[in-house]
Design a protein around this ligand. Sequence first.
Ligand code: FAD
Length: 468
Amino acid sequence: MSSSVGNVVNGGVSFWYADDGLPAPREPLPGDASADVVVVGGGYTGLWTAYYLKKAAPSLRVTVLEQKFCGYGASGRNGGWLYNGIAGRDRYARLHGKEAAGRLQRAMNDTVDEVVRVAAEEGIEADVHQGGVLEVAYTPAQLARLKDFHAHELSFGEKDRELYGAKETAERIRIADAVGSTWTPHGARLHPVKLVKGLAAAVEALGVTIHEQTPVTEIRPKHAVTPYGTVRAPYVLRCTEGFTANLKGQRRTWLPMNSSMIATEPLTDDQWARIGWEGRETLGDMAHAYMYAQRTADGRIALGGRGVPYRFGSRTDNDGRTQASTVDALYEILVRLFPSLTGVRVAHAWSGVLGVPRDWCATVTLDRSTGLGWAGGYVGSGVATTNLAGRTLRDLVLRDSGGADATELTGLPWVGHEVRKWEPEPFRWIGVHGMYATYRTADRRETATHSPESSRLARIADRVAGRH
Ligand SMILES: Cc1cc2nc3c(=O)[nH]c(=O)nc-3n(C[C@H](O)[C@H](O)[C@H](O)COP(=O)(O)OP(=O)(O)OC[C@H]3O[C@@H](n4cnc5c(N)ncnc54)[C@H](O)[C@@H]3O)c2cc1C
């Protein structure tokens, strides 16, 4: 495999930046300052929060503090699946009832449309294509899981989801051994960096102050502390996702889980004719160590999955640099799905971090006694969820400051959810590596045995990890 991945560009934050250009960073914080709301972190969560706050209350003084540049984190590195999945919905159904989780699901369905709407309204050209989400099975065990998954999603009120057999799947996309798929219209493909750059520009145009190259070292009630000065504000909102462990006191809050991607060179018309994929759906599979992919606007395949899942001591990567073994593993998945692409060149490989809470449930919270708020723990589903988080943080802040009543969003079951911290090292490292090694073994067994039963190993790994 390595011959095709030999001269791959590695890191450089992500392919999306190689494609669209790294931004010139904005000025750092010049010294002590004050604001009404300070947002820590300039990814989608921080920027959507600033956007909606400023839209709702133009006189609010909102400051965003970003350690590098807006979109440096997962928001500038993701797979560009804008879709209606939210981490933790099933647990929220168990904790708060199916009706409450159904409201959360409907809010997520609407969120996909909201992102598309705002992007159009703000003139953000983010290569959005609303082709829905297609998830494919290519072993009997995957097919059994796919059918269960399909039925489970329908039970949350998703009436427009469809189940396809092998033939209908092949009419959409030719994947080796595909035996079925499920499709929902609630999804779109996009260019993550074009979205985050456009959003930062829109936020700035509304009058939000953005300081980049400004790491926050500590968050205290009413204070965001940086090496260049402290910003004081009644509300301090932590929007730091996979980097949260670097903040004082937050080492074991959310585990920084790694996800890695490759992008091929642009495929020829001939290659595309063999694959199909005219609908440009975002594409996933039903493997335990699943992959996600998109057909980019310039005719590449960008495909991601789990590489080295987690670095000891919650360390993050160096500007997205990725191990050669991970690049090879992703390439293997690519040609496993599309054998006709054997030999195609990988142009770029990169990685990023997701935030994973101990119970795998995304949350949004404002502590009314301290004015500290946060949103995140999206696991791998943040491109849309961050928008719902931003609107919810807006409502929570406006309610607390007396500018508004409780809203439908503040009543959603992920608001104010509390979870225990991760175990200290080395248990964190051993647990996460063990879990992913088990998933890979489970996938290999299912492929080898052709059994329609999901491997028991994967179920055990799920339970140990606290996923179910
Ligand atoms: C490789 C990869 C693929 C993914 N694919 C998908 C996908 O296809 N669909 C999907 O729904 N989700 C996907 N995700 C997840 C999704 O990208 C994230 O959930 C989402 O971008 C999170 O946004 P955020 O703003 O909360 O975090 P981030 O984008 O990580 O932003 C956090 C920001 O805070 C800054 N920061 C951190 N600490 C500090 C500090 N102390 N001081 C100042 N600034 C700080 C960081 O520099 C960063 O810019 C993927 C993630 C990765 C890594």
